[in-house]
Ligand binder design. Structure first.
Ligand SMILES: [Zn+2]
Length: 257
């Protein structure tokens, strides 16, 4: 990929990232993501266009609102940067193709879900349910192909991902009397199965469990967090799916040899 392409792809990523911030901020509050225009979350002052430039405005304003001088969360530029790097990573790996466009879209959805689940312990249906349908639709389009699955694998993935995790959650609840998994996680795994095919499910779950336990232990040690508090599982499922997308075939080959 030439430098010019890389700059265009990264810029596209951070511009969309700026919109993803709006989704992350407003979806859990059940507010419209279109109206009104973006404003300072503290004082409500609408943002001028020059204060709404991804990454740069935050750096230029040194992380403070121009009007009320209150700090603007570092999360905003971080999401923009992540979206930019995510788009670059996909195009670098899979080329500047329509398929990469679908994968970037899937990645953006995972990013929004990850941040919302991390802060609010919810995975909004307005993303996961259309996400499941779109994953299956994309798999059936003529302009799809590897690393995205064929239609059958996508359909089986959606059913096995959602149904399998639902069954696991149901058994877990029967045996322990505790609620271990939310419906949001079940819909997210159905969405991952739809986008990446049923083959992605074992590694996604394994990876999510592994990363989740490690982060969970560190979290408890560092913050002295109460063990009985819920742990958002969405971020780890999203991480597992992303690992599968880029390294899945290699990991399976290594495991089988
Ligand atoms: Zn302000």
């Amino acid at each position: 990929m030439s430098w010019a392409y890389a700059v265009v792809v990264f810029t596209y990523g951070i511009v969309v990232g700026s919109f993803l911030n709006v989704c992350i901020y407003r979806l859990p509050l059940a507010k419209s993501i279109i109206h009104p225009r973006s404003g300072c979350p503290r004082c409500g002052q609408p943002l001028a266009w020059y204060d709404n430039i991804p990454l740069l405005s935050w750096l230029w304003l040194r992380g403070r609102c121009r009007h009320c001088r209150q700090p603007i969360a570092v999360l905003y530029p971080l999401v923009e940067l992540t979206a930019g790097l995510l788009a670059l990573q996909v195009v670098h790996q899979f080329g500047l193709t329509i398929i990469s466009g679908w994968i970037v879209l899937f990645g953006f959805a995972l990013l929004v879900l990850t941040v919302i689940d991390f802060y609010h312990y919810i995975l909004p249906d307005v993303i996961t349910l259309p996400g499941i349908v779109l994953g299956v639709v994309v798999a059936g389009l003529p302009v799809s192909g590897p690393p995205l699955p064929p239609l059958e694998a996508s359909l089986i993935g959606a059913v096995a991902g959602g149904g399998g995790l639902w069954l696991f959650a149901w058994l877990f609840e029967k045996m322990t009397g505790k609620v271990g998994m939310g419906m949001g996680d079940i819909k997210l795994l159905a969405m991952i199965g739809a986008w990446l095919g049923w083959q992605s499910l074992p590694l996604t779950l394994f990876c999510a469990g592994l990363v989740g336990s490690v982060v969970g232990v560190i979290w408890i040690v560092v913050s002295g967090r109460d063990r009985s508090q819920p742990i958002p599982f969405g971020p780890y499922l999203a991480t597992g799916a992303w690992v599968y997308l880029f390294y899945g075939p290699e990991i399976y080959r290594w495991y089988l040899s």
